[in-house]
Design a protein around this ligand. Structure first.
Ligand code: DGL
Length: 264
């Protein structure tokens, strides 16, 4: 692997752009390749076997592109596929992500933590293990959010329908006394401005994008693979409609970028 090889970043759709943003802020010299599997959204309602297969297809694509590292910018794909990917590519720096239960358990003062995530993430054995490990002293209220991802994918970050759906998902967490809410799906950080209008200002929102970027930096640094030179522009592929992604990209990403079709 060489320093100026690209980094592959993958999500079921546009949610991983919230992670890509953190990576680009921390590592602007890196060349970033982003695959959005929009043709198969939402992963939250798919079987682990299906998600593993899609993750493998994307991993192979990044290998062909010579990627020096692979970031699964999706909580749902991580719980389904990270173990298999690690065993398939043992020497490839790979960063997955999981809901921020540990930092939330440390941050809460009320002792009640809420988790917004997909059904797939919340039902997984990996999430249960995370709670056993880090949440023994706090009460955790989990809230699956079917329908949210589809609206965000449509480019909707603030419609009345979205507001009503989100209000329905956060109300039980507020009533239960949560003072800390984990955004356990990479699509949800795009809803922070809307959440700020729906939640009491004392509630803390925690997501893991910045931690993923730091972990990626550590892995590359250890291998002396951090890129140098001028800032680079990201490239995008989607298994959905490329024109749709071109249309909504400016709402979700600060820069321009070429969007191509991912037809695998
Ligand atoms: N962005 C994904 C996550 O972090 C999942 C969205 C989906 O259901 O496809 O969990």
């Amino acid at each position: 692997m060489v320093k100026d090889a690209p980094i592959g970043v993958f999500d079921s759709g546009v949610g991983g752009l919230s992670v890509l943003d953190e990576i680009h802020r921390l590592l602007p010299h890196e060349s970033l390749l982003y695959v959005a599997d929009c043709g198969h959204i939402p992963y939250g309602e798919k079987t682990p076997a299906f998600i593993r297969e899609r993750s493998r297809v994307v991993a192979e694509f990044f290998r062909e592109q010579g990627a020096k590292a692979f970031v699964i910018a999706c909580n749902t794909a991580t719980v389904a596929a990270v173990a298999d990917l690690r065993s398939d590519y043992p020497d490839w720096p790979l960063v997955g992500m999981e809901p921020a239960v540990k930092p939330a358990a440390a941050a809460t003062r009320s002792g009640v933590v809420g988790v917004l995530a997909t059904t797939g993430t919340l039902q997984s054995a990996k999430f249960a293990a995370l709670l056993d490990r880090f949440a023994t002293d706090v009460r955790v209220i989990t809230q699956p959010c079917p329908g949210l991802v589809e609206l965000i994918e449509a480019g909707d970050l603030n419609s009345p329908a979205l507001r009503q759906m989100l209000q329905g998902y956060v109300a039980p967490l507020v009533e239960a006394g949560c003072d800390t809410i984990i955004l356990g799906c990479t699509h949800y950080p795009f809803l922070k401005p809307l959440l700020a209008t729906l939640l009491p200002p004392t509630i803390i929102l925690i997501d893991t994008g910045a931690a993923v970027a730091r972990q990626l930096q550590r892995l590359l640094d250890e291998r002396q693979l951090l890129a140098e030179g001028p800032p680079r522009i990201a490239q995008f592929w989607t298994s959905g409609d490329p024109q749709h992604l071109r249309n909504i990209l400016p709402t979700l990403w600060r820069f321009t970028g070429v969007v191509r079709s991912f037809d695998r």
